[in-house]
Design a protein around this ligand. Structure first.
Ligand code: NAD
Ligand code: MG
Length: 388
């Protein structure tokens, strides 16, 4: 029997984190968990730690330290808190790291894992959106391997001919269209956070659910794809596919189109990343195409879903623009979830923030952090102006 593989899960209490633990706990002898991390949910993190016995459990929120330490007292599991502890957890020598923190908060710990050459299963798309060049350059230097977990990118990864990228003509990302696919622009003015997070197909965290409803999620994924695959912006496309069964397409120069299909369950792409280059069994429901009977496809509507065009523009602009797009979007989504602004304000605020900031090159982590901070400040001012 081979020795268990040392692994770390950043963001273990989230939707992707919990799905990852579900797979790990089905074959506990294959893995040895080194670190689990969360933002502030001590109860869930401590419960996970007691089951999986990591060396350390970390909460990002300093204020939650005492509660975590108490919850883990007598277990022999180290408790830690704060941003530095999070980065230190990513530094521990686990050779496989799941990056499943949501938002730009995941950038530094993810980059730490990449900088020491780990295999990084990347769910946290915001990391590549705001610092894609930095992350891929660092991976090139250290030999870290990025395994895409986002279902679309995982699908593309499975069918992309990396040995012959010149044979690829287009990469086509599928989008479910979200819960408001059939709604008029006017009707979207009045939708609530509850309606926006109730995704028709996927069960996910609140932030990505709102992103799916605005289609910003697909915009972020276009930028993510540009960093993960050797293609030009012109070779990327988006198609709406409400059933979310085809997880993306790669079209070749001879007209062949390859796709990866499956029921919409994140455990399939997570399992692929966990076992790569092998495969492991999952309990995911098997695809029954006769039962589904019909697969539909339509073009995305740029008028009702302006966020997608904002992302296209930021991608073409390059430099700091994607980081500005991401930071403004995180602020706007948080304000929408807090009922401070309406649904249509999200894209409006992202657009105004992009318009109000010059594009600059971002080469270092410090550059990215500064752009992120400035864009958030600008977006918050725009949000405040709308709420008064
Ligand atoms: P989630 O909100 O369910 O979980 C987020 C995790 O990050 C939690 O463990 C939380 O404690 C932690 N976290 C939040 N803020 C933090 C902070 N400031 N510092 C440290 N940790 C923090 O999110 P999710 O749906 O699991 O998504 C995670 C990432 O994966 C996102 O980037 C998302 O876009 C991506 N993703 C998710 C899905 C999905 O099905 N849920 C699919 C594709 C990609
Ligand atoms: Mg996705």
């Amino acid at each position: 029997m081979t020795a268990p593989r040392p692994i770390t899960i950043l963001g273990s209490t989230g939707s992707v984190g919990r799905s990852t633990l579900d797979l790990i706990e089905r074959q506990p002898d294959r893995w040895q968990v080194q670190a689990l991390t969360a933002n502030s949910d001590v109860a869930m993190l401590a419960a996970q730690a007691k089951r999986l016995r990591p060396d350390v459990a970390v909460v990002a929120d300093d204020g939650a330290y005492a509660a975590l330490k108490e919850a883990l007292a007598g277990t022999g599991i180290e408790a830690a808190a704060g941003k530095d502890a999070l980065a230190e957890a990513a530094d521990r020598p686990a050779d496989w790291v799941m990056a499943a923190i949501v938002g730009a908060a995941g950038l530094e710990p993810t980059l730490r894992a990449v900088a020491r050459g780990a295999t990084v299963a990347l769910a946290n798309k915001e990391t590549l959106v705001c610092a894609g060049d930095l992350v891929t350059r660092t991976a090139g230097r250290t030999g870290a391997r990025l395994l895409p977990v986002d279902s679309e990118h995982n699908a593309i990864f499975q069918v992309f001919d990396f040995d012959n990228p010149a044979r690829v003509e287009r990469v086509i990302l599928t989008a479910s269209g979200g819960p408001f696919r059939g709604l008029s622009y006017e009707a979207m003015r009045h939708v609530t956070p509850e309606q926006a997070v109730a995704h028709p197909i996927w069960s996910m965290g609140a932030k990505i659910s709102v992103d799916s409803a605005t289609l910003m999620n697909k915009g972020l994924e276009l930028i993510e794809a540009k960093h993960l695959f050797p293609v030009s912006v012109e070779q990327l496309a988006v198609i709406v596919h409400p059933q979310s069964v085809v997880h993306s397409f790669v079209e070749y120069i001879d007209g062949s189109v390859l796709a990866q299909l499956g029921t919409p369950d994140m455990r399939t792409p997570i399992a692929y990343a966990l076992a790569w280059p092998e495969r492991i069994a999952t309990p995911c429901r098997r695809l029954d195409l006769v039962e589904i009977a019909k697969l539909e496809f339509e073009a995305p509507d740029p008028v009702r879903f302006p966020a997608l065009n904002l992302a296209w523009a930021a991608l073409r602009q390059g430099g700091s623009a994607p980081a500005v797009l991401n930071a403004a979007n995180e602020e706007a989504v948080a304000a929408f979830l807090a009922r401070r602004i309406g649904f249509l304000d999200i894209a409006a605020i992202v657009g105004e923030t992009l318009d109000g900031m010059a594009t600059a090159p971002t080469t270092s982590l410090e550059d990215v952090i500064a752009v992120d901070r400035d864009a958030r400040r600008k977006a918050r001012a725009l949000i405040a102006a709308r709420t008064h």
